[in-house]
Design a protein around this ligand. Structure first.
Ligand code: FRU
Length: 491
């Protein structure tokens, strides 16, 4: 049954491929060959390769009954698509194999995921049943469902509990789940010796609708530089100042997880990325000890113009995590320098109340530069990227001296999207160091060595390829800048 459904899903993808449009197709980010993608799932290192699974709907570019798409990589740069790993096939997961994680035990690859059922109308979130399920694979390609391992939540009134994250701690398997009790969010923990039998350990953290939201999706808990981090995707946070303007957030808190399963936060709640499109992030401990993170580089209910071209959804670039007090730093994975092709050194120095077209253009570019705040007098200065010849399309990244913020503006970034996002620049700060990655329909900005990041989808026309440096009312000081064309891997 499962095998036949997977075959059918593959045929659906094969059928769509010739119709797929490539205007917005990403060159070096993972996206589905056709159909829909959301959360990254089951990040795992197995027999010398990184495996990435993802929420996938192969039958259309809209969200639908969730499958697990699958790809693998040796180097975090080149990805190979593999057959779909999971399809809804059993009564317990008939309406979707929702998000989850992967572990390796005795050289076998295990997937732990949420089986979803609609009990009333499809998409009526008020009548659902969710269970936690296990699947295994000896070869890392073909998966056999092992059935339900957690049938009922600790409080039977809970309907929403999902996205199991399993990890090893002190010789046992631990599982974190996000849950919704009434309108309050919870982080639940379970423990197991064998991945099949689980005992309830604790409600590690209890939230309240105000101010914590109503549901914590996609939890992840890991140790980082001597501290524990609870990473999650809260639904229902209210916008506040410059924060929380996306429909849902991706947030974290540092703290301590004790052996009895209590998580005691010690830091503030922080947004993980400050762009428009970043959700459901998950991490992986690489063999060399680095904590790597990927997110879904989209947001629920945002415009997704690539749907008209029969595909939709992408994952962010992999990022290396480190900790600074109660804040996380995210740097692009060091392997990504392998994407760099020809380099252009741009010596712009000053731009005075005008814009200066750069001697580099393209859809797949990386920039490395510094904005010299101390030497500048402009009200705003920065880069205009993916500009059309007529100047109508452009994506702006600039320092706003009045607000003292670094702003990413996608008001004119092409089909469907709009709005600005920004991060604060400290009062005494004299320079901003930037690394910017452009792909055909995305921009990822790493600010001050990963102290902040902004990740957003943009949908300029394929021929909007110019880049310029600009300053408004005064001079902007850029110094020297490097730009690279990046490899078009078409993954
Ligand atoms: C997060 C999420 C998860 C769920 C999955 C369904 O984006 O809502 O909580 O498992 O997507 O596709």
């Amino acid at each position: 049954m499962h095998a036949a459904l997977l075959d059918e899903a593959h045929r659906a993808i094969e059928k769509k491929l010739p119709e797929r449009g490539n205007d917005y197709r990403l060159g070096y980010h993972l996206s589905p060959p056709a159909g829909w993608m959301n959360d990254p799932n089951g990040l795992v290192f197995f027999r010398g390769e990184y495996h990435m699974f993802y929420q996938h709907h192969p039958y259309s570019a809209q969200w639908g009954p969730m499958h697990w798409g699958h790809a693998k990589s040796r180097d975090l740069v080149h990805w190979e698509h593999l057959p779909i790993a999971l399809a809804p096939s059993e009564p317990y997961d008939r309406d979707g194999c929702f998000s989850g994680s992967a572990v390796v035990a005795d050289d076998t690859l295990y997937l732990i995921y949420t089986g979803h059922q609609w009990l009333g109308e499809t998409r009526n979130d008020e009548q659902i049943r969710q269970v936690q399920c296990l699947a295994s694979s000896a070869d890392g390609i073909t998966f056999t469902k092992q059935g339900v391992v957690l049938q009922t939540p600790p409080d039977p009134s809970i309907m929403h509990w999902r996205d199991p994250k399993v990890w090893r701690r002190d010789g046992q398997w631990w599982m974190a789940l996000g849950a919704r009790q009434g309108d309050d969010p919870q982080l639940l923990l379970y423990r197991s010796a064998d991945l099949h039998h689980w005992e309830y350990l604790s409600c590690a953290l209890q939230g309240r609708r105000e101010p914590d939201g109503y549901m914590w999706e996609c939890p992840d808990i890991f140790e980082l530089d001597g501290c524990d981090v609870f990473l999650y995707s809260p639904q229902g946070l209210k916008p506040c100042g410059y924060d929380n303007w996306n429909l849902y957030q991706n947030s974290y808190r540092t703290g301590r997880l004790d052996d009895s399963g209590q998580f005691t936060p010690c830091g503030e709640l922080h947004e993980l990325d400050h762009g428009h499109d970043f959700y459901a992030a998950q991490t992986l401990l690489a063999p060399d000890g680095r904590r790597l993170l990927w997110a879904w580089m989209d947001m629920w209910e945002s415009p997704m113009p690539s749907q008209a071209q029969h595909w939709c959804g992408a994952l962010s670039l992999p990022r290396e995590l480190s900790r600074d007090g109660d804040r996380l730093r995210m740097r692009p994975a060091r392997e990504l320098t392998a994407l760099r092709q020809s380099q252009t050194l741009l010596q712009i120095d000053e731009v005075a109340s005008t814009s200066h077209v750069l001697d580099v253009q393209g859809a797949l570019l990386e920039f490395e530069l510094e904005l010299d705040l101390a030497g500048s007098s402009a009200e705003r200065f920065g880069l205009a990227l993916r500009c059309s010849e007529d100047g109508r399309e452009r994506t702006l990244l600039y320092f706003d001296a009045m607000a003292r913020r670094l702003v990413l503006d996608r008001q004119y970034s092409g089909a469907g999207v709009s709005g600005v996002r920004s991060v604060p620049i400290a009062p005494g700060q004299t320079r901003i160091a930037l690394r910017v990655f452009l792909d055909r329909s995305s921009i990822e900005v790493f600010v001050d060595d990963g102290a902040y990041t902004l990740s957003s989808r943009i949908y300029p026309r394929p021929d909007s390829l110019l880049a310029s440096a600009f300053a408004v009312n005064g001079t902007g000081c850029f110094g020297s800048m490097s730009a690279w064309r990046l490899a078009d891997l078409q993954i």
